[in-house]
Design a protein around this ligand. Structure first.
Ligand SMILES: Nc1nc2c([nH]c(=O)n2[C@@H]2O[C@H](COP(=O)(O)OP(=O)(O)OP(=O)(O)O)[C@@H](O)[C@H]2O)c(=O)[nH]1
Length: 159
């Protein structure tokens, strides 16, 4: 009896121990910047389509890193697919880890982009637009981005 109880206890513990870790999606995204009319920086923001998960939320262009890709390479590919541009990927500005409520986790690396070739073309979004940094909190952004957009708006994260 004693032994069985001990095994049950162990099994209980093991059950906890083997709970699968969240799958972390490795994501890259771009802060594409341009000087605005008043000289302050503007950044390109994109709204997800109505039929996508997390519909109509705002985000920065980018996506998942595919197997065998480096982060910059993945971001160049995504910006070409989503916006039709050939971007020069600048430095990594910040990295954010976020656990979504549905159990998914993302690890997002945000890179600065100041220069690209080609005309911006909206290929997959509901809409794209330029926003001043201080206006970013007015948009309904994905939860993972909220800390960062507030830091950008308050000048705590330098671009
Ligand atoms: N591109 C981008 N993705 C972001 C941002 N913030 C954020 O949480 N993400 C998440 O990172 C993932 C990017 O993946 P994706 O763009 O390749 O794919 P997706 O939206 O079609 O999602 P899915 O393939 O997982 O359904 C999404 O789950 C998206 O919700 C952001 O600012 N930009």
């Amino acid at each position: 009896m004693k032994k069985k109880a001990a095994i049950r206890k162990l099994d209980g513990k093991r059950e906890n121990a083997v709970r699968l870790p969240r799958t972390v999606r490795l994501v890259v995204a771009a802060l594409i910047l341009r000087p605005g009319p008043d000289g302050a920086e503007e950044v390109l923001i994109c709204q997800r389509k109505a039929d996508q998960p997390m519909s109509l939320k705002w985000e920065f262009p980018g996506g998942k890193i595919e197997a065998g890709e480096g982060p910059e390479e993945a971001l160049r590919r995504e910006l070409n697919e989503e916006l039709g541009i050939h971007a020069e990927i600048g430095p990594l500005l910040t990295r954010v880890r976020h656990n979504y409520r549905n159990g998914g986790a993302v690890d997002i690396q945000f890179f600065r982009v100041r220069s690209f070739a080609g005309e911006l073309e909206n290929r997959i979004f509901q809409q794209i637009r330029w926003s001043g940094l201080e206006a970013l909190p007015e948009y309904d952004f994905l939860a993972a981005d909220l800390g960062m957009i507030h830091d950008l708006a308050e000048g705590k994260l330098k671009v």
